[in-house]
Design a binder for this molecule. Structure first.
Ligand code: GZL
Length: 308
């Protein structure tokens, strides 16, 4: 009878729905919250039972969340790691419990045999692209102040390393101040205020290099409060491609941003579900591509990424 078939299908669907644990870094800025929203929406669309944990930037909370996921015998664990170090013990625990682990967004410093794959961006390339743009925009002569991301995080390490590798080829390009703003707007504003004081209102400073847009948004507020003109007298280059940076570009306050896609739920769950259904041919790193954007395409980027 039809009702019996419908009942069996419903049961079969419910039974096959995977339960997946997701340990998220936190909610430090709009890139992160967009990534969390995308992961939740994508899981819902796929009928996945997603156990979501916001670690509020704490590595210990992430370890506790993964421990809970293991105790609950989830089908798979996804980790967006706040920092690169310290992950081996919990990854070994998951492996011992035969629960596959996937790294999403930031990377870990751990034996690749301890996770199936990482789905994420190339942070070193982001730093290189940023420096190459600045080298061109400043004709290779620039004193730079740097706003760094969360200490020990893959994006802070990769962006700093990539940026430094490119400016090393330009003797007249150098970083004269560098502090962590922990990827947040308020810290970016505070650090830039300190830079303004310690450099006599950014005298001789040609550019601000910020490891993410959100810290730069804070820095722009600090510069404007000091009567300075970001995007005009001081070049700005940052990373993420969040809506506010395109708005800042359209206002003439920002010059360039390297995009990091935050809507990577579809790529992540394709790999996770594929693996759970038997695929074993994934590379260790599924690279999410990046692009640099400037005011010329800011309006189109706002339209395309964030709708009317
Ligand atoms: C992407 C992501 C970074 C963003 C920041 O690498 O891990 O973390 O660039 C976010 O905005 O805090």
């Amino acid at each position: 009878a039809w009702w019996l078939i419908a009942a069996l299908l419903t049961f079969a669907t419910a039974a096959s729905a995977e339960t997946i644990g997701f340990s998220q870094v936190g909610a430090e800025n709009e890139w992160r919250t967009a990534f969390s929203a995308d992961m939740k929406a994508e899981a819902k669309a796929r009928g996945i039972n997603l156990l979501f944990d916001d670690a509020q930037g704490s590595l210990d909370r992430q370890f506790a969340a993964v421990g809970r996921f293991i105790a609950e015998h989830v089908d798979a664990i996804i980790i967006a790691p706040v920092v690169v170090t310290g992950w081996t013990p919990v990854l070994k625990e998951a492996q011992a419990a035969h629960i596959p682990v996937f790294i999403a967004d930031r990377s870990v410093d751990a034996d690749p045999s301890l996770f199936v794959a990482r789905i994420g961006n190339d942070t070193n390339l982001e730093g290189r692209l940023a420096a190459a743009w600045l080298a061109q925009a400043s004709r290779g002569r620039c004193a730079i102040v740097e706003l760094r991301g969360t200490p020990g995080s893959a994006p802070a390490i990769g962006r700093r390393t990539g940026f430094a590798a490119v400016i090393a080829q330009f003797p007249a390009m150098r970083i004269i101040r560098s502090e962590s703003g922990n990827f947040t707007e308020e810290s970016g504003q505070r650090v830039m205020t300190d830079f303004i004081v310690s450099t006599d209102r950014l005298k001789g400073v040609c550019a601000v290099w910020s490891h993410n847009d959100t810290m730069l948004i804070g820095a722009i507020k600090a510069m404007k409060a000091a009567g300075l003109r970001p995007g005009k007298d001081i070049l700005t280059i940052s990373v993420d491609g969040v809506p506010d940076i395109y708005r800042a570009m359209l206002a003439g306050d920002a010059n360039a941003s390297v995009e990091v896609k935050s809507d990577i739920g579809k790529y992540t769950f394709d790999v996770v579900q594929g693996y759970l259904h038997g695929r074993r041919d994934y590379p260790k790193w599924v690279v999410i591509p990046t692009d640099l954007h400037t005011p010329q395409d800011a309006a189109q980027m706002l339209e395309r990424r964030y709708g009317p």
